[in-house]
Design a binder for this molecule. Structure first.
Ligand code: ATP
Length: 309
């Protein structure tokens, strides 16, 4: 007889028609989505779109007003002690044992989760903090503390990991190093749900993203499919000392031309033709071509939405 399906067989997260209101503000307005296990899922959206509220509902830190929420087959609200060891949470305001060193902090976290001491060392190494292990948490730089917050979310090897803008304060090298950490976690089969305002990062890392606007999902798909469904516009960037705006606008196939600093940006749906015309007028040295990115899709969907305080 086939085994009876249990909580371990369903999706990592399933939300159905979830609502949450704060007074007059409808922060989450009917969100339904399913995140399969092992997926790297990005939640994008302008300030105030409802991302944090939605993630806190999934983490069991807030109660939804209505709708159903299932996390690893369980309801996260009321706080579910069986669920806590299976999820890891990094927030912008993660709490630390500030008088301990980074290593002691992680060992304490590991002990709380009844995990071995090696787990602390592994977590420290995974975020590149081994050398800073003996520095007091208080004395770590902002970026190092952020990496420690991520290590704290990973120390008990949870199946589902929530990361809230994990690379916000990181320098470019640390950011790229963390991308690898996140890819490795995904490689181990873990599910990652993360919010970010770095759209290049979401495009590089996520299997799928949801773009939230005013508490609703405005788009949900893989970055590649969202880009393919978006505008087919290509931008050509030409040094402004080689082409005038008038000449640019006169090229057949140019839909829009603007001066941006010391470059002229041409928008076209007929890149081949326009590129040949630019070559004939100004040559192609220093000319850059930009095809659509997730950022273009995002700006198209969120451009009309006013950021909320
Ligand atoms: P950001 O990108 O700025 O972090 P967000 O997408 O995470 O934004 P939320 O923090 O979920 O957005 O906020 C959604 C809306 O709900 C905002 O208008 C916010 O002001 C409001 N809000 C959030 N938490 C509360 C609260 N505890 N009480 C009242 N209003 C709240």
């Amino acid at each position: 007889m086939p085994p009876t399906p249990g909580p371990q067989d369903g999706p990592a997260v399933a939300l159905d028609d979830v609502h949450k209101r704060y007074g007059r503000i409808q922060a989450v307005d009917g969100v339904s989505l399913t995140v399969p296990r092992g997926e790297f899922f990005g939640l994008l959206g302008p300030n105030g779109a409802g991302k944090t509220t939605l993630v806190e509902i999934m983490e069991g830190q807030r109660q939804a007003d209505s709708g159903t929420v299932s996390v690893l087959g369980h309801s996260p609200w009321p706080r579910n002690p069986a669920l806590l060891p299976q999820i890891g949470v990094q927030t912008q305001s993660s709490a630390f044992f500030v008088r301990l060193t980074a290593r002691e902090h992680l060992r304490t976290m590991a002990a709380l989760y009844r995990t071995d001491r090696e787990a602390a060392e592994r977590a420290l190494a995974s975020v590149g903090l081994t050398e800073q292990g003996d520095i007091r948490v208080d004395d770590l730089s902002g970026g190092q503390r952020q990496r420690l917050a991520i290590a704290s979310a990973l120390v008990h090897r949870p199946e589902l990991i929530f990361l809230d803008e994990p690379t916000a304060a990181l320098d470019p090298q640390a950011r790229r190093a963390l991308w690898q950490v996140l890819r490795d976690l995904k490689g181990e089969g873990r599910t990652i749900i993360y919010t970010t305002h770095h759209l290049d990062e979401a495009q590089a890392l996520c299997d799928r993203v949801a773009i939230l606007v005013d508490g609703r999902i405005a788009a949900l798909d893989s970055p590649g499919r969202l880009i393919a469904q978006g505008s087919p516009t290509t931008r050509l960037v030409v040094p402004a000392d080689r082409l005038t705006l008038e000449a640019a606008r006169a090229i057949q196939g140019v839909d829009h031309a603007t001066l941006d600093g010391d470059t002229i940006v041409l928008e076209t749906m007929d890149a081949g033709h326009v590129l040949a015309a630019v070559d004939a007028i100004a040559g192609l040295q220093g000319v850059q071509t930009r095809t659509a990115s997730l950022e273009d899709v995002y700006l198209e969907l969120t451009g009309a939405a006013e950021p909320k305080p």
